[in-house]
Design a protein around this ligand. Structure first.
Ligand code: DI6
Ligand code: FE
Length: 395
């Protein structure tokens, strides 16, 4: 026998919406979903071990498709400064912000980077997360960018979770450097080295007035293309710089933040099949007032994902359940859209077609919840109803 049956479940398959199945079962074989449905399980599986979900809700394991969980130090002082009236951009321009985390990350040992990230990762796992994306971008030098990515890979070895890495060398201009020089002399060579070491699953950038412009990002994306790596982009977070259009031109997996994206940008994303990743934790933390154009995304059929953006500055958030709530309350997503955003659409934002829904053939990454309806996952605040988590068929 190579599998088991999870029975007596209310299953949100996330196939075309909640895709609810009442009184359902999931057959798990060799870490994959072999069968899902209501009523009697096919007789092929007679005699397989049965585990009752006790009528609980079963969803795909949650996917946090945008995080910066590997970093050194913290930015509590910056939080205080913002409360005294400074803005996120002001702090960044005055040498705080991303660049201050760079100093702390360079100074941290590998062990310290991994331990810090594990604390945040464990919080996410305790809420049913089974796949997480982790970015570099707080090294901004060759060695530290690679150390961050190795630390990210190590997280996947230490915990029952799949880690997807993104190279974010184009995150900020390090102190004392020129943006163009940095891209050519540091960022691109580090990307090539990280790729050669098998450390990179995708290439990301920060297209913003306080970071890089579209020409600089395009140079990095050209190298990504040459290395056959998919791209994604922090675009239109604080202003409209044309990052979303650039991402669409490169067939990006996702354009992230996108608060300042326009109707035309939404149309471009729809055309390129790029996911809009919404990050309400950053919107909340920096008290952004312009919400992403959710109505335009809906109208154009742009898939929307939701993620924590867990990072020490703009989103010190390590709860994907709270993110669901924020996506609904701050951005007016429906709970169904929010749950799609951390399952099926999050998988798409990572270019993964083997997870995010409960359908035969996909990975058996599941979360079992002590709730009656899927909307409860988004509706509660500061409450974790996870009953059990299944990763690759393992309980
Ligand atoms: N946008 C963000 O929200 C994070 N990075 C980015 O490009 C913030 C990173 C930070 O403030 O440390
Ligand atoms: Fe981010």
């Amino acid at each position: 026998m190579s599998g088991w049956v999870l029975s007596d479940a209310r299953i949100a398959t996330m196939e075309g919406g909640y895709g609810l199945i009442e009184g359902g079962s999931v057959v798990i074989e060799n870490g994959r979903i072999a069968w899902v449905g209501a009523g009697a399980v096919p007789s092929d599986y007679d005699g397989w071990e049965r585990v009752s979900a006790g009528g609980r809700l079963v969803t795909p394991g949650l996917i946090d498709c945008h995080t910066h969980i590997v970093f050194g130090g913290h930015r509590a002082r910056e939080f205080e400064l913002r409360l005294e009236g400074a803005s996120y951009e002001q702090i960044a321009r005055e040498g705080g912000g991303i660049v201050s985390t760079v100093a702390a990350t360079r100074a941290a040992s590998d062990a310290v980077l991994i331990e810090g990230a594990l604390g945040r990762l464990d919080a996410l796992i305790s809420e049913g997360v089974t796949t997480i994306e982790v970015k570099s971008g707080y090294g901004l030098d060759h060695e530290t960018e690679l150390r961050m990515l190795r630390a990210a890979r190590e997280l996947g070895a230490r915990r029952a979770v799949e880690v997807c890495t993104s190279f974010l060398g184009a995150h900020a201009v390090p102190a004392g450097s020129q943006a163009d020089d940095y891209i050519d002399a540091v960022c691109i060579p580090a990307l090539r080295a990280a790729r050669a070491e098998g450390l990179v699953d995708a290439v990301d950038g920060f297209c913003e007035g306080i970071a890089f412009d579209t020409n600089q990002i395009a140079r990095v994306f050209d190298v990504a293309r040459e290395l056959q790596l998919p791209v994604k982009l922090h675009a239109e977070q604080l202003s409209n710089m044309g990052g979303t259009q650039l991402a669409a031109r490169y067939g990006a997996l996702s354009a992230d933040h996108v608060e300042y994206a326009s109707e035309d940008d939404a149309a471009a994303l729809a055309k390129s099949g790029t996911v809009a990743v919404l990050l309400p934790g950053a919107f909340y933390t920096i008290r952004e007032t312009q919400a992403p154009p959710v109505a335009a995304f809906r109208a154009h059929g742009v898939p929307m994902a939701l993620a924590t953006d867990c990072n020490p500055g703009s989103s010190p958030l390590s709860s994907l359940l709270l993110t669901l709530n924020m996506g609904c309350t701050l951005f007016r997503l429906t709970p169904e859209e929010a749950l799609l955003g951390v399952t099926a659409h999050a998988a798409r934002a990572l270019g993964l077609d083997d997870r995010g829904r409960i359908v035969p053939g996909l990975r058996a990454d599941l979360a079992i919840w002590d709730v009656e309806t899927p909307a409860e996952l988004a509706y509660r605040i500061g409450f974790n109803p996870l009953h059990a988590r299944i990763f690759g068929g393992e309980r």
